[in-house]
Design a protein around this ligand. Structure first.
Ligand code: IPM
Ligand code: MG
Length: 352
C-alpha cells in the first residue's frame, strides 16, 4: 500500500524543518517496509510569488487527491503589506476550510529531559505536564463576517450548535483515552456565542458520563495554565481562544519548537503541521528546531494511517535524541551541545 503525502514546506523555516521530517519518514519507511509517496506543493508567500495566489488551485486540487497534507509554515515580513486575501495565512485558512479540518489537536507534553528549558519554577512542573488542546478550527471569529467601513472595522464570532457538538465529541473521545477530564474554555460571561458553546458542550457531555467536565473563562484559563498546569488534561475551545492558549501551552513545554499538531475532519484526510510559525528571523540559518514537525509526522502515522508502531518509533527516536543531549538553540537551557537543524534531523533518523 502506498501512502500519498502532500508536502507543503511553505516559507521561512518551513522548508528546513520539512527536509528533516522527510528524512526521518524515509527511515521509518525502510524500517517498517512502508511506501510513502511525496508530492511537493506550494502554498503561502512562495506560492504568491510564483502564482500570484497564496493557495493556487493546483495546490488545493492536488492536496485533495492525497491521503494527508504535511505543512511546514507560511508567512513572513516580505508579504505583510499584501491585501488580506493575498496574504500567506490565507493559504493555511483556505486549506483547513476546504479540507473540512474542524478539529485541531495540539498536545503539549513536557519532556523530562527539557525540564530546565521550561520557564516555570520546577515545583510547578515536577510531576510533568501533558495537556491536549482541542481547538475548533473552521469556525468562530476566524471565519465570521468581517469588514472595514471607513474608520470602523469589525469581525464576528459565530458558532452553530452543530459546529460545537462535533468538536466536543472529538474532545470527549480523546479524553476517554486519557485521564477522562475535559475543561471547556469560553467567555460565557460576555459572549452569546460562548453561552451557546457552554450549553452545547454540557449537552454533549451527557453522552459521556465518565468524563469530568469543567468550564473556565478564557482569561482565568490563561492564568491557571501558568499557575497550575497539572489541573488540565483535555482543553476544548473555540478557534481564537485555542490559537492563543495553544501558544501558551507550547511555551510551558520549553519551546514552541517542540509542539506538533493534527487537524482532522469528518473525512479521512488530515493535515499535520508544527504549532510554530515560519520564524523569518532565523530562516535559512540551519538553526531551527525540526522536532515539532517530526512529531507532527508521528501524529500523521497514528491518526491518518493507523500505524501506531511507526508513530511510537518516531516518538521514541525523538526522546532518545534528547537523552543523547542533542539540543537546538531554542531548547538548549543549560545544555552546551547546540546542534543545527540538520544535525538534529540526522540524529532522530539514526535513532529510528
Ligand atoms: C496557528 C497560526 C495560524 C492561526 C496563523 C498563521 C493563521 O497562528 O496555526 O496557530 O492563527 O491559526
Ligand atoms: Mg497560532
Amino acid at each position: 500500500m502506498t501512502y500519498k503525502i502532500a508536502v507543503i514546506p511553505g516559507d521561512g523555516i518551513g522548508p528546513e524543518v520539512m527536509d528533516e521530517t522527510v528524512k526521518v519518514l524515509d527511515c521509518v519507511a525502510k524500517k517498517f517496509g512502508l511506501d510513502f509517496h511525496y508530492t511537493y506543493l506550494k502554498a503561502g508567500g512562495c506560492a504568491y510569488d510564483e502564482y500570484g495566489d497564496p493557495l493556487p488551485d493546483v495546490t488545493l486540487e492536488t492536496a485533495l487527491k492525497c491521503d494527508v497534507v504535511m505543512l511546514g509554515a507560511v508567512g513572513g515580513p516580505k508579504w505583510d503589506e499584501l491585501p488580506v486575501d493575498k496574504r500567506p495565512e490565507k493559504a493555511l485558512l483556505g486549506l483547513r476550510k476546504s479540507l473540512g479540518l474542524f478539529a485541531n489537536l495540539r498536545p503539549a507534553v513536557l519532556f523530562p529531559q527539557l525540564a530546565d528549558a521550561c520557564p516555570l519554577k520546577e515545583e510547578i512542573t515536577k510531576n510533568g505536564l501533558d495537556i491536549l488542546v482541542v481547538r475548533e478550527l473552521t469556525g468562530g471569529i476566524y471565519f465570521g463576517k468581517r469588514a472595514t467601513e471607513g474608520d470602523v472595522a469589525y469581525d464576528t464570532m459565530t458558532y452553530s450548535v452543530k459546529e460545537i457538538e462535533r468538536i466536543t465529541h472529538v474532545a470527549m473521545k480523546a479524553a476517554m483515552m486519557r485521564s477522562k477530564r475535559v475543561c471547556s474554555v469560553d467567555k460565557a460571561n460576555i459572549l452569546d456565542s460562548s453561552r451557546l458553546w457552554r450549553k452545547t458542550v454540557k449537552e454533549v457531555a451527557k453522552e459521556y458520563p465518565e468524563i469530568q467536565l469543567d468550564h473556565m473563562y478564557v482569561d482565568n484559563a490563561s492564568m491557571q495554565l501558568i499557575r497550575k498546569p497539572s489541573q488540565f488534561d483535555v482543553i476544548v475551545t473555540g478557534n481564537m481562544f485555542g490559537d492563543i492558549l495553544s501558544d501558551e501551552a507550547a511555551m510551558l513545554t520549553g519551546s514552541i519548537g517542540m509542539l506538533p499538531s493534527a487537524s482532522l475532519g469528518e473525512g479521512n484526510i488530515g493535515m499535520y503541521e508544527p504549532v510554530h510559525g515560519s520564524a523569518p528571523d532565523i530562516a535559512g540559518r540551519n538553526i531551527a528546531n525540526p522536532l515539532a514537525t517530526i512529531k507532527s509526522a508521528a501524529m500523521m502515522l497514528r491518526y491518518s494511517f493507523g500505524l501506531e508502531d511507526a508513530a511510537k518509533a518516531v516518538e521514541e527516536a525523538v526522546s532518545k535524541t534528547l537523552d543523547q543531549g542533542f539540543r537546538t538553540a531554542d531548547i538548549a537551557g543549560r545544555e552546551r551541545n547546540i546542534v543545527s537543524t540538520k544535525e538534529m534531523g540526522d540524529a532522530v533518523a539514526r535513532n529510528i
